[in-house]
Design a protein around this ligand. Structure first.
Ligand code: SF4
Length: 345
């Protein structure tokens, strides 16, 4: 049996190649995702500042920040600064706001700093190399110590099989990340077929559920875009009728910054590398299912990027970065958790 090693948050490490700093593009403070959850203490502090700023949200069944009709957080100022941050500094913001798009996973080798890619400051333009020193202030608890989002000490390589020790996983992971970094096509490195069989469902049925989830928020736009594109990919007679891009303004701001377009392959390969580095799949899933679901989201992301390029005349890297907003939001949703449980490889 694989020996269980203790997880730890030190030393902190960043995946080589990860680049990020906050430019204030403003995308993360909107209803592309739920703004929360908040702790009880955070809710009390925020409501003391402004009773209309946060409360119980029936959709999320949790304590959340409220958004305005334009989709922006109640505290998002017209200049795209955070009112709480402007008035009282970054430490006054809820923990989730301070951390995004960063995260921390504790492993037997130390803490891995992770990044979300539904953030134009992470995916577009000239961005500095991310360092542990730069990330650390966003990732500490009230006592100033790094706080892990999750802990992983063993990894299941195949569904239904036992987990292997972290050292054994590292060999698999290193080969995978090296292949991606060498410039090989992400599809070839993943070596998995998109749209695997689903137990008790079909991709057509799931696509309908995605489309039905449209709810007037930017997240609803993302998930229905995904559903429409799945239908179009599976049925050549189906004409893609996806909605618009409510996040376009943030990407316009990102594109106006310095930096050349990164190209589609680089943007997608960078994302796949972080999905693996972040080890989210290792908590409840397996490496074979992870590769199949990533191959599926990559296929949809490529198609959405192509549609954005051709319809709105976007540069390839920008179109890919916007498509990542769609496929990452779907991947982090409860809808996708159910799909991962149904995947048969
Ligand atoms: S509280 Fe501030 S940082 Fe958090 S979502 Fe609202 S505007 Fe953004």
């Amino acid at each position: 049996m694989a020996k269980k090693k203790r997880t730890q948050v030190r030393p902190l490490s960043v995946r080589p190649g990860a680049r990020y700093t906050c430019f204030g593009d403003g995308l993360c403070c909107t209803d592309i995702h739920g703004l929360g959850p908040l702790t009880k203490k955070e809710l009390v502090q925020i409501r003391r500042r402004d009773p209309d700023g946060a409360g119980w949200d029936e959709d999320f069944e949790d304590r959340m920040l409220f958004t305005e009709p334009d989709g922006g957080c109640h505290f998002l100022l017209p200049n795209l600064y955070c009112r709480i941050h402007s008035e009282d500094g970054p430490e006054a913001k809820p923990d989730g706001c301070r951390r995004f798009p960063l995260g921390l996973v504790a492993t037997p080798e130390g803490g891995r700093i992770t990044t979300h890619h539904r953030c134009s400051c992470r995916t577009m333009g000239e961005r500095p190399v991310l360092t542990a020193e730069a990330a650390l202030p966003s990732l500490v608890n009230a006592a100033g110590r790094p706080k892990a989002d999750r802990r992983v000490n063993k990894v299941r390589l195949e569904r239904g099989k036992k987990k292997v020790a972290f050292d054994e996983w590292l060999e698999v992971e290193t080969e995978f990340l090296d292949a991606l970094a060498s410039g090989a096509a992400p599809e070839a490195v993943l070596d998995a077929e998109p749209f695997p069989k689903l137990k008790g469902s079909s991709w057509e049925r799931e696509a309908e559920d995605f489309i039905d989830a449209t709810d007037g928020t930017s997240f609803g736009v993302a998930i229905s875009t995904f559903g429409e594109m799945v239908r179009a990919l599976l049925d050549p007679d189906h004409r893609y009728r996806g909605p618009g891009r409510p996040w376009a303004d943030a990407f316009d701001r990102a594109e106006a910054r310095e930096g050349e377009d990164r190209g589609e392959d680089e943007v997608f390969a960078d994302w796949i590398a972080d999905e693996v580095w972040g080890l989210d799949f290792a908590q409840t899933g397996s490496w074979d299912v992870c590769r199949a679901e990533l191959a599926t989201r990559l296929a949809v992301g490529r198609a959405v990027a192509k549609h954005y390029r051709e319809t709105w005349d976007l540069a390839p890297g920008r179109a890919a970065a916007e498509a990542l907003t769609v496929v990452e939001l779907v991947g982090d949703s409860e809808f996708w958790e159910e799909i991962e449980d149904r995947i048969r490889v």
